[in-house]
Ligand binder design. Structure first.
Ligand code: GDP
Ligand code: MG
Length: 177
């Protein structure tokens, strides 16, 4: 075990998946740059952003991938999933169809993953509670059935965004260390 060696770094690939317009790109920009865009265009997207955090005195880097809109064409490529050890599966609490898609996204993730993947179900847009279409209980239940972490977030008001990413990254770390 060389984990105590000075200078050792961890680099984890994390993917964000889920239907179009659930807020994937904004969750990433909120986490990585503390930015939110009300009119974000699916075409404006970077491949990934790298964020660092410290766990047990070690520098852990997460390379977090965004689909950059390719999910609209039902064509998230296998390259996107390759090497991923963490995943955020996102739906929009104000649109039930996006919640119904979660099992399909989980299947796609399973198909493409070769190792243990730390997975969190995210009900995004918790700020839209007044037009909620999926209850918290339903999110909790699905997460329990599928063995996922669960959290409701808002990329708009920043609720739970950092927490969600950090839980996934810590879980990956505990899976590999
Ligand atoms: P993506 O297609 O999954 O990457 O979704 P985007 O990040 O592009 O967001 C789609 C739309 O939802 C944009 O108009 C965002 O401004 C909006 N949006 C994203 N996150 C939130 C949120 O937490 N709350 C609200 N109210 N709107 C959000
Ligand atoms: Mg996007």
């Amino acid at each position: 075990d060389s984990s105590d060696e000075e200078g050792e770094e961890y680099l984890f690939k994390v993917v964000i998946i889920g239907d179009s317009a659930v807020g994937k790109s904004n969750l990433l920009s909120r986490y990585a740059r503390n930015e939110f865009n009300l009119h974000s265009k699916a075409t404006i997207g970077v491949e990934f952003q790298t964020q660092s955090m410290e766990i047990e005195g070690k520098e852990v880097k997460a390379q977090i991938w965004d689909t950059a809109g390719q999910e609209r064409f039902r064509a998230v490529t296998s390259a996107y999933y390759r090497g991923a050890v963490g995943a955020l599966i996102v739906y929009d609490i104000s649109r039930r169809t996006t919640f119904d898609s979660v099992t399909r996204w989980l299947q796609e993730l399973d198909t493409h993953s070769e190792t243990t993947v730390a997975r969190m179900l995210i009900g995004n847009k918790s700020d839209l509670d007044n037009i909620r279409d999926v209850s918290v209980e339903e999110g909790v239940k699905l997460a329990e059935e599928q063995g996922l972490f669960f959290m409701e977030t808002s990329a708009l008001d920043a609720t739970n965004v950092q927490k969600a990413f950090e839980i996934v990254i810590r879980e990956i770390y505990s899976n590999v260390s």
